[in-house]
Ligand binder design. Structure first.
Ligand code: ADP
Ligand code: MG
Length: 282
């Protein structure tokens, strides 16, 4: 039988936006010493808007850079893709049909178009990144046969509740860590704005899992909060896996607890509830 305090507290959790899928994980929430957060869609809204786009070589126009990216990104569901497609549509750019479209996990997308290979990739992918990233910008390069021909800069917004979530966790002596596939400049900007203890950028999905394992080996009791397919392995590895409600089904199915309202502040409530509930029992 479920002890009454636990039953009551699960109901209270539900009222505060927490869906408990795994009772043991809920019980363990009081032991959390480190909370790892994904960035895009977790601490930020996850809706990218194109801020600027430019050509980097003479025989290409900036409109062509966007048109090529659009041809690839119309078949991707990544939030960066959604932002690029929206901008291209807004400007009335015509959609071309690319072939052999392949996603490069954690890095971008590549395809064949008019006999050339076109890729849209993260800034660490080209050998010598030609454009300097500005604070808060997520940058992708458009490559033609491996050569950067242009870039597209996008911006996302930090969720209004994220700062309070981090502050409340710090009040409970929980260390906060940012883990993102995005570039170092954005990662640092978000971590600094929110006052987080540590950040890791340009992290591939399998490296997210490894980072969780490393923290566990160093004696931390680790919770991970994420929304994406790329966060699922890390959510499974964490002592407490927490998925953002608005995120992917894969993340939700892997997690122990779901933030129904996609509000990072509810993570802090989770720790408080866990402590209040099980203090009464022992
Ligand atoms: P996050 O951890 O922020 O959710 P991802 O692992 O999904 O990031 O992606 C990491 C990086 O790979 C992105 O910041 C971007 O630079 C690049 N990327 C991934 N998918 C795409 C895509 N469809 N188009 C352009 N860039 C992409
Ligand atoms: Mg994400």
């Amino acid at each position: 039988a479920i002890p009454l305090v636990v039953a009551k507290s699960t109901a209270l959790a539900a009222r505060n936006g927490l869906l408990i899928r795994n009772r043991t994980a809920f019980e363990n929430a009081r032991k959390i010493t480190t909370l790892v957060f994904d960035k895009t869609g977790t601490l930020t809204v996850g809706q990218f808007a194109v801020a600027r786009f430019e050509a980097l070589i003479g025989d290409v126009t900036k409109e062509e850079v966007l048109r090529l990216a659009y041809a690839l990104e119309q078949s991707s569901e990544h939030p960066i893709a959604t932002g690029i497609v929206a901008k291209a549509k807004e400007l009335g750019i015509s959609a071309e049909q690319a072939g052999k479209i392949t996603a490069i996990t954690g890095k971008g997308i590549t395809a064949e178009l008019n006999g050339t290979t076109i890729s849209v990739v993260s800034p660490n992918a080209p050998q010598n990144p030609p454009e300097k990233i500005r604070a808060g910008e997520t940058l992708v390069y458009v490559l033609r046969n491996e050569t950067p021909i242009g870039f597209i800069a996008l911006s996302d917004q930090i969720r209004p509740e994220s700062a309070e979530a981090i502050r409340t966790l710090h009040e409970q002596n929980i260390k906060t860590v940012l883990l993102t596939g995005d570039n170092k400049v954005v990662a640092e900007d978000v971590a600094r704005t929110l006052g987080m203890d540590q950040f890791f950028a340009e992290v591939l999905p399998h490296e997210k899992l490894e980072k969780i394992a490393q923290l566990q080996q160093s004696g931390e009791f680790v919770a991970m909060t994420g929304d994406g397919v790329n966060d699922a392995p890390a959510l499974a590895k964490a002592d407490v896996g927490i998925a953002v409600g608005s995120g992917s089904d894969v993340a939700a199915e892997t997690a122990d607890i779901i933030l129904v309202n996609s509000n990072p502040k509810d993570v802090a409530s989770l720790v408080l509830f866990g402590k209040a509930t099980y203090r009464k029992m022992v």
